[in-house]
Write a protein that binds this ligand. Structure first.
Ligand SMILES: [Zn+2]
Length: 328
């Protein structure tokens, strides 16, 4: 797929980036996919790995086909590493906090889509190797005063199938354990497409934390986007059940947003043979333009989210979730 590295080459890009900046970063394997591929996180810790430092999370490509999300996430990692010690804003951010970048959360799905050259049904464009939508597989959280709605589908075969049980997918379990351990101050999750930012609805005690996220994405994030500005949209709690955002916000107290990068453009109309291929709906012809549009805005948003969190690790609203993840 022209313009994009294969999943293997994208992983090698991360290897090269970590090798270029050994004092600032290292790669950590946090688990394996159901087909045995490693799930990896690039840990950017300019001040060394010190317990209790504020931490931020960037993830991408939890959905198989969303290569542009990973492209942008790798761009964020490169920008942070190359900018440290050279640019004041980046230096200030990394002096204050560590940033964890997980650019490929669904490697089995990405490889499947790549091998089929993007010819896939909607479900295949999202699923893990076992046919589960990994962004519906996170534990639902009982929200006080509300019924525990579940917008995810219980029927195998659905594009939004939630799986046989929460965290049945090893990819999701690995990420959930990481989140419980690191207590991120904020998280940005790249998806595609739509040029919108979904912010989960704030509820009860989470209201203050989630409201400031909307401010950040209406304000500093949009103002730093170079070409296209994404519209922030408040996502109802009933719609986000099982999603990473909802798990992070309602379960762990980490404000979390879904950034839907890009939009199918004129290039799709000019190449009508691509109209039937889901890859070219989810991924623009020129991902470098989307990366350049979003990278600085994301770095600025992370700095602002950090400032508004006061750098305090999140406080789980449901400590039981953390205990369950940490195990005996
Ligand atoms: Zn997605």
């Amino acid at each position: 797929m022209r313009g994009y590295p294969s999943p293997d080459d994208a992983e090698r890009e991360i290897d090269a980036l970590a090798a270029e900046h050994p004092r600032l970063s290292r790669i950590e394997g946090i688990g394996r996919s159901s087909q045995g591929r490693p799930i990896r996180v690039l840990r950017i810790a300019a001040r060394g790995e010190v317990r209790g430092r504020p931490r931020l999370l960037v993830t991408a490509q939890i959905h198989a086909v969303e290569f542009v999300g990973s492209f942008v996430a790798r761009g964020v990692a490169r920008r942070l590493l190359d900018g440290y010690g050279r640019e004041n804003a980046i230096t200030a951010l990394l002096d204050r906090a560590d940033v964890f970048v997980a650019p490929l959360l669904n490697p089995d799905g990405a490889v499947r889509v790549w091998r089929r050259r993007g010819w896939s049904r909607i479900g295949g464009a999202r699923h893990t190797a076992t046919g589960v939508d990994p962004n519906r597989n996170f534990p639902g959280v009982v929200i006080e005063g509300r019924r525990a709605w579940n917008a995810a589908r219980a029927r195998p075969g659905s594009a939004y199938y939630r799986g046989p049980r929460p965290l049945s997918e090893p990819e999701c379990a690995a990420l959930a354990r990481l989140c419980a351990r690191e207590r991120f101050c904020a998280a940005v999750n790249f998806h595609s497409f739509g040029r919108v930012v979904f912010v989960p609805e704030a509820l009860g005690a989470d209201r203050g934390r989630a409201d400031h996220v909307l401010d950040v994405f209406r304000g500093v994030f949009q103002s730093r986007q170079r070409r296209w500005r994404y519209r922030p949209v408040l996502d109802g709690a009933h719609k986000t059940f099982g999603q990473l955002d909802a798990f992070l916000l309602y379960g762990l107290g980490t404000p979390s947003v879904t950034v839907e990068v890009s939009r199918p453009g004129l290039s799709l109309a000019l190449r009508p043979w691509r109209l039937a291929n889901v890859f070219w709906w989810a991924n623009p012809t020129r991902p470098d333009r989307d990366r350049d549009n979003d990278v600085d805005a994301t770095v600025a948003a992370l700095a602002e989210l950090l400032a508004r969190s006061g750098g305090t690790p999140c406080t789980p609203a449901h400590p039981q979730i953390v205990r369950d993840l940490e195990g005996p």
